[in-house]
Structure formats: structure tokens, C-alpha cells
Design a protein around this ligand. Structure first.
Ligand SMILES: [Zn+2]
Length: 331
């Protein structure tokens, strides 16, 4: 259903009018091989982990106005494909069959970091039908969660074989939202603010973007993108923060509706729209019935607000926690 036509659709990066945005649709005409066309990302898609990214992230803390994954020198900040990909820049990607995502944690994470990774996975399990399960010897395609490289990054969708999700610690794992974000790339989604129709919702302040990073704001090709009926979503965990890649501390993304500004770039958890998109991509039964309210309200990842002490200084978190009482029908 979400394969439209016979070409590839990159959804997450941008999106489509009636199909707003961010998932990738795939062409699986070639005996199950699925290939999203991400060629518009150019050579950056093969960029090697950089020392500069590591340095920036070492200086990052949770009070930053940017998210750690927005500090990488990769395509759109945090998208990486292995150089072994076939056919030049057109790389293979795919959904995970039956929504099963074999993974193993190969990095050495401290217990807090590991806790946030596992919490991210448990949130996927609670709100989607995706099944992250420990990789077995018979799983050729799997995610390896590491922290041996610089940056927070993932490739997009299943690319075949081992694929890494790098979470430089502690910066990428101080909040559950960044593991959620990177895993959402790994299951097939790109960034929200690069939906092709984003100019209807935000203004990109090009003059404030760090030189050389303008491509991070490229809109996806609408012919290659698709969405799942979810309107442009400022609350998406895949949306950049307002000052992503800013050279001067001024906003790079300005909502046309100023009331949306504070909602952009949250990394506390999925938005309802995120969940709808994942569940449609994977043909999951909608599991967000327990989430009420409008699309702008996030099902906060911290179902137990007391678990979130670390981020209490963040007004976003406080607002999100304030919604918890009526957002959730606790099981
Ligand atoms: Zn990202």
C-alpha cells in the first residue's frame, strides 16, 4: 500500500502532500531487494565518521539548543551508508521483514546509556508492532548498536547484512529520544523538515546555516517520497530543532506559525504522527489508541515521569510530563 508506482520513495526526508512525509517506500520488484533512491543526498551519504563530529559532540550537553544528531558531518547530520553499497549512490534499503529487527549491542555502554537504548526499544514495542529481538546466528541482516565511531547516526532502512547504528556516548544516549530517532532511520524514515512540502510550514533561514551544511536542508524529491496521511508534524522525533546547523546561534528553521516553534526538535519520544507512520509502513494495527489529544501531543517516552529527572530543566519535558495524565491510559 505504501509502495506507490514502481519507483522508490524516500519518505522520511520529505513527504508528500496528501502523504506527508517521512518514510521511505521501496521498490521490491527485484526479488525482494528494496532500493530507496537517496542519490540526492550526494557523496555525503558515504561520509566517513569525522573527528570534527566527535569534538562537537564531546562538547554537547542536554541543555544545548541542538540535538546531538544534528551536529554530525554526515548526510543530513546523521545518515550514513556503508561504502560497500552497490550501484554508486543508489543504495539498497528495505523494510524489515515481518517487522522483525534483529539487533545486537556491540558497543560498551554504561548502564544509564544502555538503559536509554533499551527503553527506546521498549517504547517501539509498546506503540508499534515492530519487534526488535536479539540477533541469532541465522540472522544475516541485523543492526549492530555501537559507540566506537563519532556521532549519532544510522543508515536508512534495512540495507542488508550488518548495519551499524552509532550512538557516541554519552551525548547520543543521555535521552531516550536520540536512540528512538536513530532507530527510526534504521526502520526506514528520514527527516521531517525535509519533506517536499515543508516550505508551506517552515521558512529555512539559509543565511544562518553553517557554510557547507546547506544540503542538510534539501527537500526530498516528491516523486520519490511518500507518507501516510500524517500532516507535517512539528512534533516528530525526526524533526530538526530550530537551530540545527546554525552558524550564528540564530534559528535555521522558522515555523510559519510561531506557536509551533517550541514543539520543533523534541527528543522526548514519538509524536503520534511518528507512530502512525511506522505502523502504516509495517502494516501494524494502530496501537496508539491509548494516546488521545491532537497530533501535537507526544506520547512521551517516559511513561513514568519520575524516571526523567535528568531532563527536568528542559521546559519541553516539563510540558510533556504535564500532558501525561491525560495523554495516556495506563495499562
Ligand atoms: Zn536523523
Amino acid at each position: 500500500m505504501w509502495q506507490i508506482g514502481s519507483v522508490f520513495f524516500v519518505a522520511a526526508l520529505s513527504n508528500v502532500r496528501s502523504w506527508p512525509f517521512d518514510s521511505i517506500s521501496f521498490d521490491d520488484s527485484d526479488d525482494g531487494v528494496v532500493m530507496p533512491d537517496l542519490s540526492y543526498l550526494g557523496e555525503r551519504i558515504f561520509r566517513k565518521p569525522s573527528l570534527e563530529t566527535g569534538r562537537l559532540l564531546e562538547n554537547w550537553d542536554h541543555t544545548s539548543e541542538m540535538n546531538p544528531e544534528e551536529m554530525g558531518e554526515y548526510a543530513e547530520g546523521d545518515i550514513v551508508f556503508p561504502k560497500t553499497a552497490r550501484n554508486g549512490l543508489v543504495t539498497e534499503s528495505a523494510r524489515w521483514p515481518n517487522g522483525e529487527v534483529p539487533y545486537q549491542i556491540d558497543g560498551f555502554f554504561d548502564s544509564d546509556s544502555l538503559g536509554n537504548i533499551k527503553k527506546a526499544i521498549s517504547i517501539y514495542h509498546k506503540y508499534t508492532c515492530l519487534k526488535f529481538r536479539k540477533r541469532t546466528a541465522s540472522d544475516n541482516d541485523y543492526i549492530s548498536i555501537v559507540n566506537s565511531n563519532t556521532g549519532c547516526w544510522s543508515s536508512v532502512g534495512r540495507i542488508g547484512g550488518k548495519q551499524e547504528v552509532n550512538l557516541q556516548s554519552p551525548s547520543c544516549v543521555t535521552r531516550v529520544g536520540t536512540p528512538i530517532h536513530e532507530l527510526m532511520h534504521a526502520v526506514g524514515f528520514l527527516h521531517e523538515q525535509n519533506r517536499y512540502e515543508r516550505d508551506d510550514y517552515v521558512t529555512i533561514a539559509w543565511q544562518n546555516i553553517r557554510s557547507g551544511h546547506e544540503n542538510n536542508f534539501d527537500k526530498a524529491d516528491d516523486a520519490k517520497t511518500t507518507g501516510y496521511g500524517v500532516p507535517y508534524d512539528f512534533r516528530s522525533v525526526m524533526h530538526y530543532s530550530g537551530k540545527a546547523f546554525s552558524v550564528n546561534g540564530k534559528p535555521t528553521i522558522i515555523p510559519k506559525d510561531s506557536s509551533k516553534a517550541e514543539k520543533m526538535g523534541q527528543r522526548e519520544g514519538f509524536s503520534k504522527g511518528d507512530l502512525t507512520k511506522i505502523n502504516k509502513m509495517y502494516n501494524c494495527p494502530e496501537k496508539t489508541d491509548e494516546v488521545t489529544g491532537n497530533n501535537n501531543n507526544i506520547p512521551d517516552s517516559n511513561n513514568n515521569a519520575s524516571e526523567n529527572k535528568e531532563n527536568n530543566s528542559n521546559p519541553l519535558v516539563e510540558a510533556a510530563q504535564g500532558f501525561l495524565g491525560w495523554l495516556f491510559h495506563k495499562k
